[in-house]
Design a protein around this ligand. Sequence first.
Ligand code: GLN
Length: 486
Amino acid sequence: MELYELSIEEAHRRLKQKEISSVELTRAVLERIAAVDSRVDAFLKVSENKALAQAKAADQKIAGGHCEPLTGIPLAVKDVICTRGLETTCGSRILENFLPPYSATVIEKLGHTGAVMLGKTNMDEFAMGSSTENSGFKNTRNPWDLTRVPGGSSGGSAAAVAADMCLGALGSDTGGSIRQPASFCSTVGLKPSYGRVSRFGLVAFASSLDQIGPLSKNVADCALMLNAIAGYDSADSTSVPADVPDYAGALKEGLKGIRVGIPVEYAAAEGMHAEVSDAVANAVRVIEDMGARTIEVSLPHTQYALAAYYVIAPSEASSNLARYDGVKYGVRDADQYDLLQMYRRTRSRGFGPEVQRRIIIGTYCLSAGYYDAYYGKASQVRTLIVQDFQKAFESCDVLLCPVAPAPAFKIGEKVDDPLTMYLSDIFTLSANLAGIPGMSIPCGFSKKGLPIGLQLLGRHFNEEMLLKVAYNFERVTDFHKKRPDL
Ligand code: GLN
């Protein structure tokens, strides 16, 4: 096995035993990036020198007897997360030259444990999209089929993990952007409960929905990464001062007595592929065989989730993105000296078409006279969706459902049809509206060899349950062991 193929767990074992050094491991991963990323295009920026310097520092830390689970482990970071002194573009031309003066809390936390940051990964502009085709810079390709999308918006992070160009990566999820690319690329991906991980330094898209979370090669690695980034942060007023359990400790064998809910509404969803429903049905059988009990549950307001999300998310985005005015951040179109002209030209040139579409929709939904009809109504629907989940979780401990209705689609297939693209998120965005944790794990492949993911949804702050069920499924299956040929 090549060093770049290692899981975090195995690399940690070898680092701790001093069988390998972090510099060796980081070099191997950087060489892997050099060998395959010209085909995949997962990274916007590889910070080779910084990574090697961090690896050296990690080796010293280990020599001093301090080897935490992520010490010396090379990771990639979605470009929506601020990294001090290292370009953070959010996949947008408007932030092309932006060097953050501070790092996000999650980056500080990873830094303290001695993790190595390899660079920044490609994404849909401001995390708006489901394919990474809305990046202002380039398309990322799916390592399983280079003619297809890796999913989005954390497509660069998912592709980098799947292609062994990092041992794990951070993504962000506003309506599915960790889980959907994880399922398209056959990686594990987890969106924590809203408030579990600090959003400080995460560039805001829709502040009431955004969460940072891990993408990894297996469930144990996901737990280790979540342990490292979770927890209260006084710099984020929405971060919750709840104790963080030991997630790695939650990975216990056995599912006896666990009640698994199957939402009936999800089976009838538009555009559902038979191969996806078969793979999910098979996964449910595997979990039943391990002693879990399945129950049908109803989430009656599911049909309104997409519409509510596409009012709430653009509304918040239109407000958040008002700060990109050519004065405070990033690029300015300075040909014109009239202030309004400058604003207009900077924003027209700096933002791509999807971002502009959402700013216009959001501004409309929030405007006087329409606010109650759109934003107000969508917020009421959101409450109904929260109640649906509360009710469902009275009779079960975890919900199982698909991540996306179909496996990865072709590059270019949906890019001119935003409404079809929005349907990719039909199973994921309810979790963001409700603030509950959601996870994607590999559960099959289509006849064409494209990955299929299984989604697990849990109660607020019960990431442990998701990890436990996922861990048990992974133990008796080997979908997660398959790697794309590159
Ligand atoms: N695809 C969804 C959107 O375009 C979700 C994106 C995300 O989770 N960041 O808004």
